[in-house]
Structure formats: structure tokens, C-alpha cells
Ligand binder design. Structure first.
Ligand code: NDP
Length: 285
């Protein structure tokens, strides 16, 4: 049977629609959720992302604070701006677009963001809360993966999940999220032995490697769910994932395409995190 294609574009649109209607309700209570995006330098890809974030923020009726700083900005200047945003009551989420220029210490900057406004979920305090299963800002891409599994009605309890990749932004947090939903989780990386055999055990494969079509179709257990986080440029224009899509789709029960799979979820979940932050504020005032 043909695999179900998990349509990230449609799911992200649904998430945004839900956010938009909650924003309207919050506004009636006098709260406008606000996101501050900080871009340092002029990396073209970063500029595109930042533009998209701003556009969606405004479309959903949120307050958007944009800070585009030159690449000569010093660490002290950036930290001072973050201090201002931490204190600004209109801002519920702060995102510093990565990568930062080399002369700025990324860890120092991420740790300066108030854990209460950490829309990306990268602050060590929030990473720790995720680890111990406490409510927190969930990193956007892994959060998007969870929403996609929910949308197809997939229950992770007791399932074998194999995550390929152990980065702090995707592999590790998505593994923790699956664990908290009672899956049995294996995390693979570049030193894993017999990767194909490990992947063959999986009811759910989550690939976050950054290598074009590295996970082969014949590694996929028949009926498995395949979530492909990878975005790899091949040639001038073509984008492919980390999974050999066509061959994997012949065996999987459901699969995310690239593009149009996990990609569109990330910004939607950033806005969701900003909304949740504003909602927490309402509860505490
Ligand atoms: P990183 O480069 O930080 O991590 C890649 C991971 O893959 C590492 O843990 C590495 O292992 C592992 N790896 C590399 N080669 C192999 C191999 N041959 N076998 C097994 N594991 C291997 O990448 P990210 O997590 O940041 O991103 C992964 C992919 O997801 C990229 O394509 C990126 O563009 C995409 N991405 C997509 C997003 C979206 O919005 N959809 C958001 C974020 C990322 P080791 O630790 O041993 O080096």
C-alpha cells in the first residue's frame, strides 16, 4: 500500500490557524503576544528566515519586534539589546538568529535570553526542564515533529523509535520528547555501528543528519513511520532530505516529504512557543 504523505505545509497552516484564533482571544483580554527577532550580519539565508518569521507573526496578529544589526556589532552591544528585550513587557519570545558572527560567543548570548522568553528552547535551563519532563519551551523543530505525529494519530507508547543524529537542536531533544511519550528510543550518530540494522528495528525513524538520502529505502521496516528532518541542497535548486524518499515511501506506512514536510513546521512552532509564553504571562498576572 502507498505510504501516507505527511503534509507539513497543511499541518503548519492548521497550527497557524489555531494560533491566530487564540491570539484574537488573548487580544480581547488586552494581551498581544510578541516575538522579537534579532539578526546580526547579512547572511542571505538568515535574512530570508527572519523575513518569513516577521511576516507570519504579523499575519497572526502578533506584535513583531525586529532588530537587524550590522556584522560589526559587538558582543556587549548584543547582550545589552537582549537585556532590553528581556525587560520589554510587549515581548514574550526572543529569537536570536544563528549563526552569529565568529567574534560573538553564541552560548553566552543564548544564556542571556531570559528562560521565560526563550522561544527557541535553547537555554540550558529549558533544556534541563525538557530532560526532567517539566513544562518548558520545546525546541521548534522537534516540537513540530511531535505535532506531525499527533496529526496522523500516531501513539508512540511502546514503539521503537530510532533517531539518526544527536545534535542539541534536533536529535537529542526529539529523542527526549519521544521518551517522554513512552517510546523505546535509540539515538544513532556518526560512530554508530551497523546503522542499517539499527534503523531496520524502528517503528519510527527520525532522520536528522544533514546528508542527502543517506538513510536508504531498504533500511525501513515495512509499515514504519519516517520523519525526515534533513534539508540538503543538491545541485542548483533541488532540495532532498536525509532519507532516500522514493524507495522509503514504498515500505513506510507514512513519510514526510522534503521539501514540504518538517521544514514548514519550525516557524509555526516558534510562533506557538511565543503564544504559550504569552498565555503563561496571563496566568501569572
Ligand atoms: P548537525 O550537523 O548538528 O548534526 C548531525 C548529526 O548527524 C550528528 O549528530 C552526526 O553525528 C550525525 N551524523 C553525521 N554523519 C552521520 C552518519 N554517517 N551516520 C550517522 N549519523 C551521522 O545537524 P542538525 O541536527 O543541525 O541538522 C540535521 C539536518 O536537519 C540538516 O540537514 C539540517 O539542515 C536539517 N534541519 C532542518 C530543520 C527544519 O526546520 N526542518 C531545522 C534544523 C535542522 P556526530 O554527533 O557523531 O557527529
Amino acid at each position: 500500500m502507498a505510504a501516507q504523505i505527511i503534509d507539513g505545509k497543511a499541518i503548519a497552516a492548521k497550527v497557524r490557524e489555531r494560533i491566530g484564533s487564540t491570539v484574537s482571544t488573548l487580544k480581547e483580554q488586552g494581551i498581544t503576544p510578541g516575538l522579537a527577532v534579532v539578526l546580526v550580519g547579512d547572511d542571505p539565508a538568515s535574512r530570508v528566515y527572519v523575513g518569513m518569521k516577521k511576516k507570519m507573526c504579523i499575519e497572526l496578529g502578533m506584535y513583531s519586534a525586529d532588530h537587524e544589526l550590522p556584522s560589526t556589532t559587538t558582543e556587549a552591544e548584543l547582550l545589552a539589546l537582549i537585556g532590553q528585550l528581556n525587560a520589554d513587557s510587549r515581548v514574550h519570545g526572543i529569537l536570536v538568529q544563528l549563526p552569529l558572527p565568529d567574534h560573538i560567543d553564541t552560548d553566552k548570548v543564548l544564556e542571556a535570553i531570559s528562560p521565560d522568553k526563550d522561544a527557541d528552547g535553547f537555554h540550558p535551563y529549558n533544556v534541563g526542564r525538557l530532560m526532567i519532563g517539566k513544562p518548558t519551551f520545546q525546541p521548534c523543530t522537534p516540537y513540530g515533529v511531535m505535532v506531525m505525529l499527533d496529526e496522523i494519530g500516531y501513539d508512540l507508547k511502546g514503539k521503537e523509535v530510532v533517531v539518526v543524529g544527536r545534535s542539541n537542536i534536533v536529535g537529542k531533544p526529539v529523542a527526549l520528547m519521544c521518551l517522554s511519550r513512552h517510546a523505546t528510543v535509540t539515538i544513532c550518530h556518526s560512530r554508530t555501528k551497523d546503522l542499517p540494522d539499527v534503523v531496520r528495528r524502528a517503528d519510527v525513524v527520525i532522520a536528522a543528519v544533514g546528508k542527502a538520502e543517506m538513510v536508504k529505502g531498504d533500511w525501513i521496516k515495512p509499515g514504519a513511520v519516517v520523519i525526515d528532518v534533513g534539508i540538503n541542497r543538491v545541485g542548483e535548486k533541488k532540495l532532498v532530505g536525509d532519507v532516500e524518499y522514493a524507495a522509503a515511501a514504498e515500505r513506510a506506512s507514512a513519510i514526510t516529504p522534503v521539501p514540504g514536510g518538517v521544514g514548514p513546521m519550525t516557524i509555526a512552532m516558534l510562533l506557538q512557543n511565543t503564544l504559550e509564553s504569552a498565555q503563561r504571562k496571563v496566568k501569572t498576572v
